[in-house]
Design a protein around this ligand. Structure first.
Ligand code: SAM
Length: 280
């Protein structure tokens, strides 16, 4: 793998519990989507647009986009061969001119210039070592006047939990370090607006999207608190202790049994426009 194709996300066959991770991605896509869609529409998503889903993974968001551009098209761009194949079978019923699935890197996209009206890069910049290069590539493939939306997190503002799960802070710190060692950055959110500006985008906006157990029910979010499954690769690689995982797991059980428990996750939508009429 060259530096431009390095990803801190799990590659095919790497996650010890792939079905858990797939389910977590599906859950994460579905819980955020209604609020995300409202924001995307406010930011200019229209039914006839050509949309790029950059870092499309198993295709859950690609599917939501397809359903919301009935007169347009969606291109999914995915680095990992396993996830790319998974998205092909998941989206088989949409096969046709409205769907294009491409294997390649967001930092060196095998896509033509000025092809898309809107590009969404959802939870992918935190996994790459060259996010600025990715933003400049996304600018290249957008049409003049096109809109870029980056949906990502910043771990300093990840959400909230009540009552506290004491072991969680340490688990998250170890996860941050593990992801950083693999070339990712769980604090990427705060750097996105300036990187967008440097890549030539204008009209930068930032929105926070919250999903909460109070609105959706704890079951909709509980998969994110499955500490054992989420840390399985870290345990395998010896970067977290079994003792910390077991302790935090029992704290999570107590949290889930507590009738006053409340859990919120935050994601940020950063958007910018590619100036009309300016060659890139
Ligand atoms: C956390 S998943 C998010 C998937 C999807 N965007 C979603 O929101 O459900 C991150 C995805 O980005 C992909 N990815 C990582 N680095 C990439 C790169 N350089 N180019 C394209 N995709 C990449 C990963 O393989 C993975 O599918």
């Amino acid at each position: 793998m060259t530096t431009t194709t390095r990803s801190s996300y799990y590659s095919a066959g790497e996650h010890p519990h792939p079905e858990y991770e797939l389910n977590r991605l599906r859950e994460q896509a579905l819980v955020f989507w209604p609020k995300e869609l409202r924001n995307l529409q406010r930011l200019g998503l229209r039914p006839d647009m050509d949309v790029l889903d950059a870092g499309s993974g198993p295709g859950f968001i690609t599917e939501q986009l397809l359903q919301n551009v009935p007169e347009g098209s969606v291109t999914g761009l995915e680095l990992d061969t396993g996830l790319f194949e998974q998205s092909r079978s998941y989206l088989a019923s949409y096969e046709g001119p409205r769907l294009n699935l491409v294997r390649g890197s967001i930092t060196d996209a095998p896509l033509p210039d000025a092809r898309f009206d809107l590009a969404l890069a959802r939870l992918v910049l935190q996994h790459i070592a060259e996010p600025a290069q990715a933003l400049s590539e996304l600018g290249r493939v957008l049409r003049p006047g096109g809109r870029l939306v980056v949906a990502d997190a910043d771990d300093a503002l990840w959400g909230s939990i009540h009552p506290d799960i004491p072991g969680l802070a340490e688990v998250m710190e170890l996860r941050r370090r593990h992801q950083a060692q693999r070339g990712g950055n769980r604090y990427v959110g705060r750097a996105v607006p300036a990187m967008m500006r440097a890549a030539g985008f204008t009209d930068i906006t930032v929105e926070a999207i919250a999903v909460t157990s109070d609105e959706l029910g704890m079951a909709a979010l509980a998969g994110h608190l499955d500490v054992r499954a989420r840390t399985a690769l870290m345990v395998k690689e010896g970067v977290i202790s079994e003792e910390l995982v077991a302790r935090t797991e029992s704290e999570v059980t107590a949290f889930l049994d507590d009738p006053v428990s409340s859990f919120m996750l935050l994601m940020f939508l950063y958007s910018g426009t590619k100036p009309a009429g300016e060659p890139r």
